[in-house]
Design a protein around this ligand. Structure first.
Ligand code: HPA
Length: 272
């Protein structure tokens, strides 16, 4: 057995022993969006620091625990706080929880994030359905030996964000009067925000939003065959499109729209 598989087995066994049952949907909750986990019913909470092979999240605004239970009638395992490449974690570590979700039975993953709007028709506070991504992190979580039992050496990324899930989210948004933007998420390593020149470049190559997460997790989801729904909260306009950027604004915007965000995710989850 590969080292990776052994670690996944140990982690999964620990999480199951803590009371986590079969998972349908893994949820990755981004900056300021973690409150959704508070709405999960019949909760089992497992702090990251107790879980073997799990690192500890260091970012302010990320609680750092798994929350299992029922949300919108589905069995979910939510990550309240995620791991970022810019924290110094390897890409393998950043994406490890996705592999664990899969091992615990998940067939799908809902991934969320806070990001900067590049598309000039976006406004802070908009929610964006992610239709595709650009990996601009400079690396890839699948670099290294491949375990063919987990996934293929050269995964197809043509439908990394499951088209049928996008249709459901759009229908749910329209039925509930939620204005949902759509677009391509471009992932940078961070931790700097981008420069105005990088944002002009991003727009030129087809990005609608930029951020520092999500891309590696979705690559690993594609690798291990998880369906994906991605929803971004546009917390600010990207560099050069507004006076300056700061984390306080990112947090303030997620606070402002979290009600709408939670509504969209819960109703979409119910319809999936
Ligand atoms: N750039 C990168 N990441 C972000 C941004 C941004 O403008 N806003 C929130 N996360």
């Amino acid at each position: 057995m590969t080292e990776l598989k052994l670690a996944i087995q140990e982690t999964s066994a620990f999480i199951q022993a803590a009371g986590v049952g079969p998972v349908e949907f893994g949820l990755i909750l981004g900056s300021g969006l973690g409150e959704l986990a508070d709405e999960i019913e019949d909760k089992v909470v497992v702090p990251y620091h107790e879980i073997p092979h799990f690192p500890v999240s260091t970012v302010v605004g990320h609680a750092g625990q798994l929350v299992y239970g029922t949300l919108s009638g589905k069995k979910v395992l939510a990550m309240q706080g995620r791991f970022h490449f810019y924290e110094g974690h390897s890409m393998q570590t950043v994406t490890y929880p996705v592999r664990v979700m899969k091992a615990l039975g998940a067939h799908s993953m809902v991934v969320t994030n806070a990001c900067g709007g590049v598309n000039e028709s976006f406004a802070p506070g908009d929610l964006m359905l992610i239709t595709d991504q650009i990996n601009f992190t400079g690396t890839n979580p699948l670099i290294g030996p491949n375990d063919d039992e987990i996934g293929p050496r050269f995964p197809d990324m043509s439908n990394a964000y499951t088209p049928a899930y996008q249709e459901v989210a759009k229908e749910v948004g329209a039925a509930n009067g939620l204005h949902l933007q759509e677009g391509v998420y471009m992932g940078f390593s961070g931790p700097t925000y981008e420069t105005p020149a990088e944002i002009r470049f991003a727009r030129g190559i087809g990005a609608d939003a930029v951020g520092m997460s999500t891309v590696p997790e979705v690559i690993v989801a594609a690798h291990c065959g998880l369906k994906v729904l991605g929803i971004s909260c546009i917390t600010n306009l990207a560099a050069g499109m507004q006076a300056n950027l700061n984390h306080e604004e990112v947090v303030a915007t997620t606070e402002r729209v979290k009600g709408e965000f939670k509504d969209l995710v819960k109703k979409t989850l119910a319809a999936l």
